[in-house]
Each structure stands twice: as C-alpha cells, then as structure tokens.
Design a protein around this ligand. Structure first.
Ligand SMILES: [Fe+2]
Ligand SMILES: [Fe+2]
Length: 353
C-alpha cells in the first residue's frame, strides 16, 4: 500500500456472511421464500385491462388511480428508507438478516412502486400522472401518514449513525426502543396501511375486472405479507428483551400510535372512497388488517372482528397465494423464462451494406 494511503478505520475487525450456519430459526426460511417469489414489473402486460378501463366512470378511474398513488408513496419510502434503516440497525454480526431486509428493500421501490407506475403509464396520460403525484404531495392525510411512519425511520437512522460512528452518546435502551418503534411502523405500513389501497384493485379483481392490474396487486400483496411477518418476528424478539414495565409503556405507545395512524387513514379513505361509496367497507378492511399487523407484532387484535366484503376476499387470489403466506408461487403467475448469457450471444451477423 503506498504510504500516502491509509485505511480510514484500521482499528476494527470485519466479518463475512457465513450462510453455513443459521443466525436464528427463521431468517433462512424467509430468505428462501423471498427469493422464490421474486418477480419483475415487466413480466405482466397491462394492455388487456384497457378495454375495461376505457369504459369506466371517471369517478371510478379517479378512485383507482388515487389508491395506486397512495401505495406508491408508501412503497417508495419503505424502499428508500424503511427497510434499509431496519437493516442498518441490526448488529453487524447479523449479515443474513441484513441481506433479507435489503432484498425486501429492493422489492419495495424497484418492483412495487415501479409496477404502480407501469399501471399509470398504461391507463393514464402523462399530465394525469403528473397531477396525481402533485395530489399526493399536497394531500394532508397522506403527508401526515408518511410523517408518522418515516419520522420513526429517520429517528432510528440518526441514532444508528451516532452509535456506529460515535458521534454522540446513545443510550442502549433508548436505541432498542427506537429500533422497536421503527419496526412497529414498518409492520403497520406493510400489513395495515397498504390495504386501503389494495382494497379497490381487489374489489375489481374479485369481479373479474382489471385482471392484469389485479394480478400485480396480488403479487405485491404476497410480498408485503412476508415483509410484515419477518419484521414482526424481529420486533417480537426485541420486545421480549424489555422489562415488563418497559413493555407496558411501549404497548401504550403502540396503541396511541395505531390510533393516530387510523385517524389519518380514515380521512384519507373518505377522500378517496366516498365518491364511489365504499369508504365504510374499506375502513372495515383496514381494521381487519390492523389486527393482522398486531398479530405479526405478537399482540392480540386491537379492533373488534368484522366480516370483510366477500368480493374483496374473492379478489385475494388464493390460487396464487394466501394471506397466511408461505404458499409457493401459484399457477396464476408465470415467471418469464430466461437463460444465462453466453459469449456466443454477443456474436452478431454483420449488417448488409
Ligand atoms: Fe412493497
Ligand atoms: Fe414491503
């Protein structure tokens, strides 16, 4: 090494990810499941939906588009900061956990948010798409939801850097609390908030309409299901490490946090779904999924049990996956066939002059 170049940090040891041993009893299972259900936005053609889309009432098109826009915002931040922050906050020794979280992070924006954009690009004109994104930037409830979620990600991120690079003293208990709260935010996003947006595409899919978009939503939903379960597992492990007194305090925070999210969510649902007279039903669906999020976090349901609209349950394509996860790729989706590139693939015929 030339004398002028010095390692920035020579005072530490580096370790590698050894997949020959298990870090815990669930991470490698989630690794397998995540990779087995990998898909690409471009695998699903949206053109067949257009004959239905083109004859829909403008009010319906509006509600459909706004839902996908809300989903876009949630997935964007889940990919840009949510999953990466939780990954970064894991102790350095957890290389496998980090890899699973990073894989999930890549799906959020690069696959899920991109898929919503593909639907927009097929269904809408450019100026309509631009207007949608401006709507999202200005909608108070959506912005408040983002702030409630991303705020906890940013808080954990700041503390992670302070701790790792010794920029400030970070109390270990406070750090663990910040980590748990970010995981709770993540699970509520994955397993509850997404569902107000999923409702409408599922409502159509359950009636045999806009099937290609519905197929995409089902693929996304299948991913979000295991994301919520995995981060939920990490959150449960952390919660169990707190004293009983601290657990009570954190649970009280969780209840008020869920209430705060739900208040914003209710108004957002009314804005989007009142024009198509479905707000009441969507709120039931969100409460139903909030209870699933609570279960992912190791707690009892928070809301009373209610029956969900059977058309929407029908839209959950149980042929390709179930809400209870871990089903394998089904027959409704066929992954694009691909083969490895060979040198000969790069030998082209000379163009005729
Ligand atoms: Fe996602
Ligand atoms: Fe996710």
């Amino acid at each position: 090494m030339p004398k002028t170049i010095q390692a920035v940090r020579a005072d530490r040891d580096y370790t590698g990810a050894n997949w020959n041993t298990h870090e815990d009893n669930f991470t490698q299972t989630f690794y397998d499941q995540n990779l087995s259900q990998f898909w690409r936005p471009e695998d699903i053609s949206l053109q067949p939906d257009l004959n239905v889309w083109n004859v829909l009432d403008p009010k319906i098109k509006r509600a459909y588009s706004l839902n996908l826009l809300v989903l876009t915002f949630l997935d964007t931040y889940q990919g840009d900061i949510g999953m990466p922050v939780v990954a970064r906050s894991m102790d350095e020794s957890f290389h496998q956990r980090k890899s699973v979280l990073n894989f999930m992070a890549a799906m959020e924006n690069a696959v899920h948010a991109k898929s919503y954009s593909n639907i927009f690009m097929t269904y809408l004109m450019n100026d309509e798409i631009d207007e949608l994104f401006v709507w999202g930037e200005k909608n108070k409830n959506l912005q408040n939801i983002m702030a409630l979620i991303v705020g906890y990600y940013e808080n954990l991120d700041k503390m992670t850097y302070q701790k790792r690079y010794e920029l400030a003293f970070v109390d270990e208990l406070e750090y663990k609390e910040a980590q748990w709260k970010a995981m709770v935010a993540s699970v509520f996003l994955e397993t509850c908030l997404f569902y107000s947006g999923f409702y409408y595409p599922l409502y159509f899919y359950g009636q045999g309409k806009l099937m290609q978009a519905g197929e995409i939503i089902n693929l996304i939903l299948r991913d979000e299901s295991i994301h919520g379960l995995y981060v939920g597992n990490l959150a449960i492990e952390l919660y169990e490490s707190f004293s009983e007194e601290k657990q009570k305090e954190l649970y009280a925070w969780l209840e008020s946090y869920l209430n705060a999210l739900y208040e914003e969510e209710k108004e957002l649902i009314e804005t989007i779904y009142d024009p198509v007279e479905l707000a009441h039903d969507v709120k039931i669906f969100v409460r139903y999924n909030a209870n699933k999020a609570m279960m992912n976090l190791g707690f009892d349901p928070f809301f009373e049990y209610e029956e969900v609209n059977p058309v929407v349950l029908n839209g959950l394509n149980t042929e390709t996956k179930t809400m209870d996860n871990f089903s394998m790729k089904g027959n409704g989706y066929q992954k694009m066939k691909s083969e490895s590139l060979k040198d000969s693939d790069f030998i082209f015929d000379q163009p005729k002059v």
